[in-house]
Design a protein around this ligand. Structure first.
Ligand code: VG1
Ligand code: CO
Length: 560
């Protein structure tokens, strides 16, 4: 097989963000754009890529088949020996992580832009995962970026397109290829983690039967959802919807939150569904939503952590430690404290959990952005979290028949207190204005007298005394690497927080994320709507940041 070297010139801006490189499809379709990034990824692989095994797959979005063929040609040209691909290049993000680990592969290339819309005029993305199954650490992504900045050539073998539709073992030029069913490996992993019999017992032997609805939002988890809800748990076809993966997610925005997963929310409310759940385009996010009951992701991970040892077989021998991303509420910290477990606060992005898991210090973790997971793999895992909730409900119903999501929530708050939490997203702001707002806040934090000052709300007499304010910096406890400028936070004396970050996953402009948190141990507040409980803090955040002045925005695009 003839390896050829193709001359190329750099494309600017190929810097991986919070979770890989995400750009408009049209950007990836430019001459040599995708090739450059793949070459840089292969060149940056720890230990080189020669003779290695890689897993390739993604959420099936538009441009995935083309990108897969490019990867095959460049992998062959760079001496990779074996590629494991999901049929039709479909694999959820957690399924890729699971495959890398179970096949002992050296890494994986994920073709996804997660919850971002897909199709010819929307987003595509490429992410590299390392041999532990998790997203490449910053050291590797920085190296990839550096290579893209002065790339001069890439290596390929001129191969015809491979038929991705048939499973089995193939030879493709110098490559050994294994095309796998996207679901089976992942399904057997979940079967080894959970007690599906206990869930079935609850679902089928309760009167009236608990109702369930899973919505894949036309993303990659359709086949996984069918395998679990219909084939494994024996539920009706009516218990799943939007379960055929579509290259443009049916024109929707495959993000499981109250704004974008309205197909689920409406169906749950209309049909009085006890347990509803949705996942995102690539299957690593989840939303838990039952009739009249929304579980914030920050509460979700805390509740899973609290119940795990009791009802999930995988954790029977004990939970090692807990963790959350910085903006995520402290609900999980309180569980950790009461149970005498270590708890870590890491920057936004799943890549920061991997080292802690590899070192055996972390079992369960989550992010406020609908990401929940454990050390069974090295990605957040939407379907895992959904099954974990079914397991919890089955266990709660053994203790107290008739328990629903609201009962589990209320039980948790009564035991641990409630962390009110909300995130406001101002999408696609003008970059200059957003940067100025962040600079303004940094300057304010450094000014004398800010710490100790009182910030007051506009519509009430509430005021909050600043206890500390800084730019979050993280030193990895395992390898000592430092990640700085990970988000601006103000902590108040009553324990409340406000946080500002710029998103690292958008494909154009700047998205500002504002996070607010307030902890309460006042039982009379537990039933309150989070927006009411947080109103004064949100006012303070908007006032102190001068957000409207800098961006011209008077309201967020999405509130979660
Ligand atoms: C967002 C979330 C972050 C998450 C990331 C990837 O990043 O805030 O918590 O890890 O998306 O999730 P950012 O930088 O835009 O805030 V996914 O489901 O896109 O892989
Ligand atoms: Co995702």
């Amino acid at each position: 097989f003839k390896r050829t070297t193709v001359q190329t010139t750099p494309h600017s801006g190929q810097k991986p963000g919070t979770s890989g490189l995400r750009k408009k499809v049209k950007v990836f379709q430019q001459k040599h754009y995708t090739e450059n990034f793949i070459q840089a990824t292969l060149s940056a692989m720890p230990g080189g890529c020669e003779g290695k095994t890689l897993v390739v797959g993604g959420d099936g979005r538009f441009f995935s088949p083309e990108a897969t063929q490019i990867i095959l040609r460049l992998a062959a040209g760079n001496g990779v020996s074996h590629i494991i691909i999901g049929q039709d290049s479909i694999l959820s993000t957690p399924a890729v992580s699971a495959l890398i680990r179970s096949k002992k592969a050296d890494g994986g290339i994920l073709l996804t832009a997660s919850h971002n819309p897909g199709g010819p005029n929307n987003d595509f993305g490429i992410k590299f995962n390392i041999s532990n199954g998790g997203p490449a650490p910053e050291e590797v992504t920085n190296k990839i970026y550096k290579i893209t900045e002065d790339i001069k050539e890439y290596h390929e073998v001129d191969l015809p397109d491979l038929d991705l539709s048939k499973t089995g073992e193939f030879t493709h030029g110098p490559l050994k290829i294994t095309i796998v069913d996207p679901v089976s490996n992942y399904l057997s992993l979940l079967q080894s983690i959970f007690d599906f019999d206990a869930i079935k017992e609850w679902l089928h032997n309760t009167n009236p039967k608990p109702t369930v609805l899973f919505d894949a939002l036309n993303g990659v988890t359709g086949p996984y959802g069918r395998a679990i809800f219909v084939d494994t748990l024996g539920l009706d076809e009516k218990s799943i919807q939007n379960c055929t993966p579509s290259p443009d997610f049916g024109g929707g925005h495959p993000d499981p939150n109250l704004t974008y997963a309205h197909t689920l929310v409406e169906a749950v409310e209309k049909n009085n569904i006890l347990f509803g759940a949705a996942s995102d385009g690539d299957g690593d996010r989840n939303m838990i939503y039952g009739k009249g009951a929304f579980v914030t992701p920050s509460d979700s991970v805390a509740i899973i952590a609290d119940w795990a040892e009791k009802c999930i077989p995988y954790f029977k021998s004990g939970v090692k430690g807990l963790a959350r991303s910085m903006p995520t509420s402290g609900a999980i910290d309180i569980v950790a404290k009461k149970r005498g477990l270590e708890v870590f606060e890491v920057p936004t992005g799943w890549k920061f959990f991997g080292n802690l898991m590899d070192a055996g210090r972390l079992s369960i973790c989550g992010e406020e952005s609908f990401g929940t997971g454990s050390d069974h793999i090295r990605e957040k895992d939407g379907v895992w979290a959904i099954v974990a909730w079914l397991q919890i409900l089955a266990a709660a119903n053994k203790e107290k028949p008739g328990s629903d999501i609201n009962d589990v929530l209320m039980m948790h708050w009564k035991k641990y207190g409630r962390s009110f939490f909300s995130r406001y997203d101002y999408e696609e702001c003008e970059s200059a204005g957003a940067e100025k707002m962040m600079a303004h806040l940094r300057e304010l934090f450094e000014s004398s007298g800010f710490v100790g000052s009182d910030l007051s709300a506009t519509s009430s007499s509430a005021s909050f005394k600043v206890a500390s304010a800084d730019d979050f910096s993280y030193t990895d406890p395992i390898d000592g690497s430092v990640s700085s400028k990970q988000g601006l936070y103000i902590k108040f004396e009553d324990g409340s927080r406000i946080i500002f970050r710029l998103s690292g996953t958008g494909s154009s402009g700047a998205t500002i994320r504002l996070y607010v948190e307030k902890y309460s141990q006042d039982e009379s507040e537990y039933g309150k709507d989070a927006q009411d409980g947080l109103k004064p803090l949100i006012e303070v955040a908007l006032k102190v940041s001068k957000l409207q002045e800098f961006t011209g925005r008077d309201k967020p695009d999405v509130i979660t």
